[in-house]
Design a protein around this ligand. Sequence first.
Ligand SMILES: [Fe+2]
Ligand SMILES: [Fe+2]
Length: 467
Amino acid sequence: MEDAQGGLIADSSPQAIVSARTFTPVTAKFLLENWARLQEVSAPVFEIKARVDDDFYVGPADLADLQALSESGDRQNYVVPTHWLAPNKSAQVSLGWDRDPFFVRWRALLEMMPEERVKNFRQKRLEFETKIREERDPVARAKLIAAVTETAFLVNKACMSLEKTRLDQVDHDLVHETILVIQSVLSTIEESQLASSLLLTLRSLSTGQTVDHVVRVFATASAFLLYLRKLHSNHLVARMRSTFAQVYKPYYRRLLPRVSDGALTADNLVRLRGISMDEVREFSLGILLHDLGKTMDLAYFEGPQAYDAARVRQHVLLGSGLFLRTYGQKYEAARYIIGDHHNYLFHPDGYGLTRWDRSRGGGAAKKPECCVGATLEGFQSGETLTFLPIEVCAVVDVYDALTDPYRTYQKARDPQGAVGLMTEEFVAQGKMDPVIFDLFVGFLKAMGIDLPQLGFEERQASRTPWN
Ligand SMILES: [Fe+2]
Ligand SMILES: [Fe+2]
């Protein structure tokens, strides 16, 4: 009884946002008359929960509810894709949503009760753990990782709602299963040989733009965090100290002009410390869910005109809010990764949760004196411009967006073009930390990507200043 009640409560809340530019409202009566045809082509059909400007907040449409409503069903409470209604049948075929495996899976998830989704998720994790133990082929292993990561992201997205007032067993199970998936994937990535073939293979897999990006950023950033962990135990800090004044200090003098010359030291400006595996797990959780607040249909259904800056900016606030409702305050670093992965060291082009909080609460408690902090508290107080995992997510996120072959609003760059653009448009402009960026370039090279750009090791060895 309680389960069913919990399910109904969670299920009545909106679970996706679709655009009025691509979906058209219809009545229950219309849907019933056309139900078989819609089902035949797996057309996405949703019940409208609310309309805000150009967006419909929707949940799955249920046939039983429709039948109950059909007598009085003259109100347009449902939406179907506008293309489906178009008289030109060929438009439906060319749109392709009826065959796209991603949309079919996403729709199937929305149609399940929340407890079914989590049960299904647990099964997928157990299958993954069995298969990955037996599978030796690196490409097949990468595919298994991509599939289970995609499931983790989609189930989280499907189960979360801002309207939740209390957490139930399904939420606890969701959090637990997500952490277990992250743990399993991290231990698979840790086998160093896999990381490079994993990253290369992920480039060639595609199940839909948002999810591809999420899977790649999660795998790349997790592998990068594990790489940093290894470097740290390999005297990273000592090596940086020896060349810091020559290589990086002029950069930080410009970035933090109020900091006195004596305080512009390696130890003070980039506070790298050992990261525990528990921390890597929490950081990876935030990275997996970093774009939780992005709508699923935006890039999927729309062309280049779909890139709407204001809508895109909202995703960090929506995502961190959704995360807080389900995960609570136990994983604050993860919440801040979601909320601040576009903060870009407080450059005017950046945006996010901390700025939004500060604009409502009178600003930061402290003046910045460090670029990359070792703790979340330092970032929250204003003492540091960023926090290591937030910066890791930001760097990997931008790199992936620039090299993503499926973005509708821009042409993909090759790795060389992407790091070149990041150097000029992000690091040189004071939007990204140069040490973390150099470490990332070094990581890409270690993963077998051929780049002329100096990585951390080379910059140290050649003592080439950042300018
Ligand atoms: Fe984002
Ligand atoms: Fe992203």
